[in-house]
Write a protein that binds this ligand. Structure first.
Ligand code: SF4
Length: 369
């Protein structure tokens, strides 16, 4: 029995969809650095960074990462610590580790040549169906559909169908996308679908009046709005402990255990012992969101002699020179705090400094761990 999946009524309808979408993309595609290259390695880096992360956040990280690791060989030869340091603040660090592992596998097993088909790419460690299809279509012109959350949303609305019980919706939509993908310009087609989902067919308020495929769309915005994710709130208290004066200033950091379920091996500020918080020592409060939890984090400034106010360490602690902080794999929250307190080199306006600001109100969130 053939699996049911949504499809156009005729080949002509499919052709019209493709033409309308590509014409719109040609005139409206955002000018992004990874669209200026055909280098499969650079495209792979961009597609990995873009998973679950906004384009505006990725641009700077992408540029910095490629400056530090301009080739697949340079990435494969790097230490994991260095790779994580470059990724620090972007979140979802499993992506960085997987990219690094896969780069090493390409060097070891493929003589440094990135496999050209999606099927071969998925055999590399940590490379999923979506990333493999995106790289194979954009860099090598393979006509395979890349279906991420944005594309799923566009297709679901366009076909106006409800999932068939017991059949994975993503499988049905991938079949539909296989029919649609443009054989001559598969990479542009996939990017156009993603762009449409990211800029026009928005989750809460689709801009149907400006949509290039509204002519055939079954819902045209008449859809059930996605339910708002219920966010949990948690409060936590961290300590900034410093010693020595600039330029020899150092900050006390703690390494997350190697077997931690999240961000293993990354460095962060130590936790305060419960009940030791004192308002006069308060430096800053930030809000930080990780998946469905908003963390309200207050940072307290401690002297070296006040370390007894720190909670028991679960990992190694080390004094890290302020000048080396940018080379450390810091968690996103730690990087955010050190930036805002102007401790991180390059974020103080006039060179590294350990002078502190004391904003008290919760501040707007940055996404990512
Ligand atoms: Fe999405 Fe509206 Fe376009 Fe349909 S017409 S695909 S709902 S933006």
């Amino acid at each position: 029995m053939e699996l049911w999946y949504p499809r156009m009524e005729s080949k002509q309808d499919e052709a019209t969809f493709r033409e309308s979408l590509l014409a719109w993309f040609d005139g409206n595609a955002r000018d992004l650095p990874w669209r200026q290259t055909q280098d499969p390695y650079a495209i792979w880096v961009s597609e990995t960074m873009l998973q679950q992360t906004r384009v505006s956040v990725v641009v700077d990280y992408y540029t910095r990462f490629l400056t530090r690791f301009p080739t697949l060989q340079s990435l494969a030869a790097a230490d994991e610590t260095e790779v994580l340091a470059q990724w620090s603040g972007l979140g979802y660090y499993r992506r960085a580790r997987a990219l690094h592992e896969a780069a090493k596998a390409v060097v070891a097993e493929h003589k440094g040549e990135i496999p050209r088909s999606a099927a071969a790419l998925t055999r590399l460690p940590g490379v999923g169906i979506y990333t493999a299809a995106a790289v194979a279509s954009i860099a090598f012109g393979e006509p395979v559909p890349a279906v991420d959350g944005n594309v799923e949303r566009v297709l679901t609305r366009y076909f106006g169908h409800e999932p068939v019980p017991g059949v994975a919706r993503s499988g049905q939509l991938r079949r539909a996308a296989e029919d649609l993908v443009d054989r001559q310009r598969p990479g542009d087609f996939n990017q156009a679908m993603m762009e449409l989902g990211a800029t026009v067919c928005l989750p809460r308020s689709p801009q149907c009046l400006t949509c290039p495929v509204r002519g055939g769309c079954a819902t045209r915005g008449e859809h059930a709005a996605p339910r708002t994710k219920k966010m949990l709130s948690r409060k936590t208290a961290l300590a900034l402990v410093q010693r020595r004066q600039w330029p020899r200033a150092e900050v006390l950091l703690e390494q997350r255990p190697a077997d931690a379920s999240q961000m293993p091996g990354m460095w962060e500020l130590p936790l305060m012992k419960e009940g030791q918080e004192n308002e006069s020592m308060q430096l800053l409060t930030v809000r930080h969101s990780i998946t469905n939890t908003n963390y309200y984090v207050t940072v307290y400034g401690l002297t070296v002699n006040e370390q007894k106010m720190l909670a028991r360490s679960t990992g190694d602690r080390a004094w890290v020179p302020v000048l080396d902080l940018n080379d450390q794999p810091l968690t996103g929250l730690t990087r955010k705090i050190l930036k805002r307190l102007k401790v991180l080199p390059g974020y103080s306006g006039a060179g590294p400094t350990v002078s502190l600001e004391m904003p008290r109100d919760p501040e707007p969130d940055l996404v990512g761990a």
